[in-house]
Design a binder for this molecule. Sequence first.
Ligand SMILES: C[S@@+](CC[C@H](N)C(=O)[O-])C[C@H]1O[C@@H](n2cnc3c(N)ncnc32)[C@H](O)[C@@H]1O
Length: 386
Amino acid sequence: MHPETPVLSLFSGIGGFELGFRKAGFSGEIHAYENWVAARSVLKHRLPGATLHEDVRGIPADLHNAEIVFGGFPCTDLSQAGKQAGIEGSASGLILGVLEAVEKARPEWVLLENVPNMLWLKQGNAMDVITGALSTAGYKWAYRMLDAQHFGVAQRRKRVFILASLHHDPALVLFRDRDSPERAAGPISTVRAEANGFYWTEGNRGVGWGAGVVPTIKGSTTAGIPSSPAVWIPGAEPDLRFRTPSIESLEMLQGFRAGWTKAAPTRDRWKLVGNAVAVPVVRWIADGLRAYDTLTPVGLDARLSKSAGWEWAGVSVGSGRATGKIPTRLSTGSLPRRHSLARLLQTRGSHPLSSGAARGFSGRLGRSRLSYDHQFMEDLVDYSRT
Ligand SMILES: C[S@@+](CC[C@H](N)C(=O)[O-])C[C@H]1O[C@@H](n2cnc3c(N)ncnc32)[C@H](O)[C@@H]1O
């Protein structure tokens, strides 16, 4: 695809999609819509050439003649931690107006992103509505759940990407790795690593454990307050064993450069980073769009079947669909990480987990029925006494 293809970015946040596309070589005109002033200050600073607008409800009928429209629409009504009102909710439902505009303006490509819960909440009603609107408008679509930890960052972050096109086949882009024989998952699946992420705020129903990775960085929790993942570094000096990543480390765990959000007020940076899309995953999709003319059809038939539910991946088949459990990692193997989690915290900074937080968490974990690494618990109890 031509590098100067004009794009329209919706719900732009801090520009994760724009950055992924730019890294893939797209350099065309950008119109971006974002109504949060803190996010717009980052966009102004980091995307000086883009034309910024505020509310997506004001998009013009011609969609600025963009050929690619992308965006991660608000997950407030779709995520497990959110209101669960579904696609009819006032925030997540903003996508409905966008789909109406797409039907009229007919951009060649549409790329949408949201949380995996969209596949399951209300039997996947959000997926029914979105893909139904795309099919009615004459689009072929494909979707796939992808996990950022396989794309070069030390963060586990599963998100669903829906790619649709009027005249092309989106499955060629989203499943282009499936031509290669499956490779083993690699060392990230080990139980304990040099650094291990967990959510110190949990401990009753789960801990968000991640060997070598932090669990998904969140924009906010049920209480509306962003809470940080913590990291256990088993081999470190006792008082350095439990850390929480600095904001710069978090930016890098999302695939941005350290300091990406520094133009925003400090109090908002955490939420902005937690809300963002992981840049390397977008980059991988955008690389596929750039190379579209060289892509060849992939045999997916053995992996997908007609079903009523929404599995991890799927494609449109006429007005229906075929879905299946296509892995969230690439069959060509995980992309290399520039920094291990331990190294990232060392170079980009971390803060000590408070002993009160460690005490509360170890108490909850001890009372729970969850299984855990006993060395982890011992270190945690020692640390909480410091
Ligand atoms: C899930 S975040 C998307 C983040 C983005 N993909 C990134 O990489 O930073 C959704 C964004 O939509 C914005 N938003 C919500 N309602 C909006 C509206 N009516 N018009 C424009 N933006 C809106 C929010 O402020 C938030 O930044």
